[in-house]
Structures are given as structure tokens and as C-alpha cells.
Design a protein around this ligand. Structure first.
Ligand code: S3P
Length: 431
């Protein structure tokens, strides 16, 4: 993909595709429900399409009707043994959540994924699932998951990870007794919200220590059928356009129907601290998830320090946040972001390399980045190595709009995992 300089900023009204995290969960829970579920706004990106395909291999039927995805659930006990290995492609979310579901089945499965998945840490789910009685061939992909009878457990997770939390809650659907997960800071809570919509008894608590606990009652017999789920636009996709509009002079952009769940929008808080002009309009709920239209105009930004619980709520947005920081006045410090080392790529390393390719100043720390920002128009032939990471590719594309010389992104195919029409929308907004 080659990106050209954009003179007039990003303008107009856009709708980004459906939320990736919620789309995975919608397919998984609909597949396990007793009856049919109608899903509106499903993300037809590679990651979520793989999840759909994997459940089809376990006997789940679906049809697509205009913009709706209709899934005929098999009930909690209705999945059948797939004929071959289940492959999640690039998706850590799918791998970890499916590990939770598959641990409770009466058949053996093999779960695998691409080269990035095979490198990523899966012990964070196999370990606690073993405490529930789960049986696995090892702690990395590919993983053989053996049939077992699960029992509830009280697990205190050392990391704030929605994937770990969700894997355990999904396994809890098959467990005898109560399953609880405590995490140091509340991570995205889409699983909890959706389980409640499917009629599952789940209690959540904010503990006085600042920790968060989700408790699933044992003995779940079914997830109710007949639900209609409306999936909001993905805030993580909108984030590229939000930062693009901020850093490109002359921008005014309205992003419609974007999910603004508080566990996801730390980026907005960080950007507002930097002086960003962002307004949330028309706030409402889609299937229990907060949604708004987001208006953004170009803004002069100042460097800032981010870390701690705010960082958890903006973890996927750090690559594009780093782009904003590099164009802000002064130093930005990103701390407590060690999780970025084990995402689709080592995002600390990949982001620093990407910024440097544009002639910008950034350095790695063990748990984050130091960025010495400077508002400017870029003027450097930039060739970007994405490490096959969609969020690195899209962050580079946004910077490319501000570059007078050509930006070439060698591997842009990875963008299809989360945002298949990214290039089309970018062109539309950048006209
Ligand atoms: C996700 C959880 C987060 C996030 C990922 C999606 C999810 O990962 O980075 O992109 O849908 O549950 P962790 O659980 O590893 O923090």
C-alpha cells in the first residue's frame, strides 16, 4: 500500500465496521445458545470470520441475511467434534476464548493459529483452566485440548486481561460450582455484559482494593435463544481516524455509532489531556453497550504521561496514540505497557521502528516508550515493516497522510484481520 500526502485533512461522516471483541463473543455465545440469535453489525474481518468458520466445523449453522448474521445455536452441549484442527488465524482473542469453551467439551480438539499465535503466551489461560480440571497438551499453540469434567475455581489473575477473564467465564459455563475471576484492574467487560444478555447469572464487583471480580454461578443449563444483538462500531478502528483528524490540519470528522464502553476509551482521556478537541454526541446503548457519535477537529497537542489503569483501557490504541504523541509538542511517556510486547507483534519495538522510519523521535523502555514530539509536516521517503500487525500498518498509513514524500507499507494485507475497508474509508475522508 502506498500512502500519499493529504492537503485538506480528514473530513465528512464515516461509519467504521463492527467491534472485533464483541463480534467474536457474539458468535461464540450465539453458537452455545438454545435457539437462534440475530446479529447486526458483525465485523466481517478475517479474525471474526475464522471464529464463525470454526463453529461451523463444530456443527453450528448460520445464514447471512442482508446485513444480519443469523446463528442457529446448538445449546451448551450441542457442539460436535470438528473433522480437523480449528485455526484462529491471527486472533489471540479467538484462541484464548475458544480454549475456555473447548476445555469443557466431551470431545478432543486441536486448536492452532498463524506464526504470531504460535509465539504468543497461552499459559495464562491453560494454567487457570487446569485448575478447573482442563487438560492440555502444553502451553503454546498448537494445543490439543482433551475432554474433561470442569469444576469451578476462584482465580486471581496477575494481569488485567479480558481474554483470560473471558476464557475462564466461558469454561465456567461447563463447570460444576462457582467460577470467579479477580483482576488487578477492570479489563474490557464485553463478555460479562453479553453473558447477562443471554440470561446467565453473573455478578460483578468493584473491590475496595481497586480490583475487580466477576462471579459466575455454577450449574448453568442454557443460554437463552431469540436474542437480537446490535454490535457498535469498533472504537479501536475509529481510533485511527480520530488521531488522523487531530494531527491533519483542516480536519473535521464525525464517526457514527462508535462503541464507547468505558473500558475501551482510555485513548480519548489521554488525547483530551493533550488538548484534543473531541466531542461525544448522541450517547445511547446498543445491546447493553454504550455508543456515541464522535466529532473530532484538528487540534494542537501537548505531550503527556500515561500509565496505570488508564493504559489498560487504551492498550490496543498505543500504536496510534504514539503517532499523536510524535506530532505533539514535547515529551510523551508511556509506562506500564509491557503487555504490548506479546500482542500480534512486539508493539513497543514495532512502533519505535515505524516512527523512526518517518524521521520521528522515539525510544523503547522495558515497559513502554519515550517519544519526543514535534508538530511538523513530514518529508521523508518511508518504507514500513508492519511485522504483519494490522495496528502498526494502519498507524503508519495515518502518518503517511502527513508525509510529503511517499510512504510505502510493505505488508498491508494484515489490515483485513480487523478493518477490511480501512483503505476505502481513508480515501473517502481524505478527498
Ligand atoms: C481483547 C482483549 C485484549 C486486547 C485484544 C482484544 C478481547 O487482550 O488487547 O485486542 O477481545 O478480549 P488481553 O486480554 O490480552 O489484554
Amino acid at each position: 500500500m502506498k500512502i500519499k500526502f493529504t492537503k485538506n485533512g480528514l473530513r465528512g461522516t464515516l461509519t467504521v465496521p463492527g467491534d472485533k471483541s464483541i463480534s467474536h463473543r457474539a458468535v461464540i455465545l450465539a453458537a452455545l445458545a438454545s435457539g437462534r440469535t440475530e446479529i447486526q453489525g458483525f465485523l466481517r474481518g478475517e479474525d471474526c470470520l475464522n471464529t464463525l468458520k470454526n463453529f461451523k466445523m463444530m456443527g453450528v449453522e448460520y445464514k447471512e441475511n442482508k446485513d444480519k448474521l443469523i446463528i442457529q445455536g446448538k445449546g451448551l452441549q450441542g457442539l460436535k467434534k470438528p473433522g480437523k484442527a480449528l485455526d484462529v488465524g491471527n486472533s489471540g482473542t479467538a484462541f484464548r476464548l475458544m480454549a475456555g469453551v473447548l476445555a469443557g467439551q466431551e470431545f478432543i480438539t486441536k486448536l492452532t493459529g498463524d506464526a504470531s499465535i504460535q509465539r504468543r503466551p497461552m499459559k495464562r489461560v491453560t494454567d487457570p483452566l487446569r485448575k478447573m480440571g482442563g487438560r492440555f497438551s502444553g502451553d503454546t499453540a498448537p494445543l490439543i485440548i482433551f475432554p474433561s469434567k470442569l469444576k469451578g475455581a476462584a482465580y486471581e489473575s496477575p494481569v488485567a486481561s479480558a481474554q483470560v477473564k473471558s476464557a475462564l467465564l466461558l469454561a465456567g459455563l461447563y463447570a460444576k460450582g462457582v467460577t470467579s475471576v479477580t483482576e488487578p484492574v477492570l479489563s474490557r467487560d464485553h463478555t460479562e455484559r453479553m453473558l447477562k444478555n443471554f440470561g446467565v447469572k453473573l455478578r460483578t464487583e468493584n473491590l475496595t482494593s481497586g480490583k475487580y471480580k466477576a462471579v459466575l454461578a455454577g450449574g448453568v443449563t442454557k443460554l437463552q435463544g431469540g436474542l437480537k444483538i446490535n454490535i457498535p462500531g469498533d472504537f479501536s478502528s475509529a481510533a485511527f481516524f480520530i488521531v488522523g483528524a487531530l494531527i491533519l490540519p483542516g480536519s473535521k470528522l464525525l464517526l457514527k455509532n462508535v462503541g464507547v464502553n468505558p473500558t475501551r476509551i482510555g485513548l480519548l482521556e489521554a488525547l483530551k489531556k493533550m488538548g484534543a478537541k473531541i466531542t461525544l454526541k448522541n450517547k445511547r446503548l446498543f445491546s447493553g453497550e454504550p455508543v456515541a457519535d464522535i466529532e473530532v477537529v484538528s487540534s494542537a497537542l501537548q505531550g503527556v504521561e500515561v500509565g496505570g489503569e488508564l493504559l489498560v483501557r487504551m492498550i490496543d490504541e498505543v500504536p496510534i496514540f504514539a503517532v499523536a504523541a510524535a506530532l505533539a509538542k514535547g515529551r510523551t511517556v508511556i509506562k506500564n505497557a509491557e503487555e504490548l510486547r506479546v500482542k500480534e507483534s512486539d508493539r513497543i519495538k514495532a512502533v519505535v521502528e515505524m516512527l523512526k522510519a518517518f524521521g520521528l523521535k522515539a525510544a523503547e523502555t522495558s515497559d513502554g516508550l519515550l517519544i519526543d514530539g514535534n508538530p511538523q509536516v513530514l518529508d521523508k521517503l518511508a518504507r514500513i515493516n508492519t511485522y504483519h500487525d494490522h495496528r502498526i500498518a494502519m498507524s503508519a498509513a495515518i502518518l503517511g497522510l502527513l508525509n510529503k514524500k511517499e510512504t510505502s507499507i510493505t505488508d498491508d494485507k494484515c489490515i483485513d484481520t480487523s478493518f477490511p475497508n480501512f483503505a476505502v474509508l481513508l480515501k473517502e475522508a481524505g478527498k
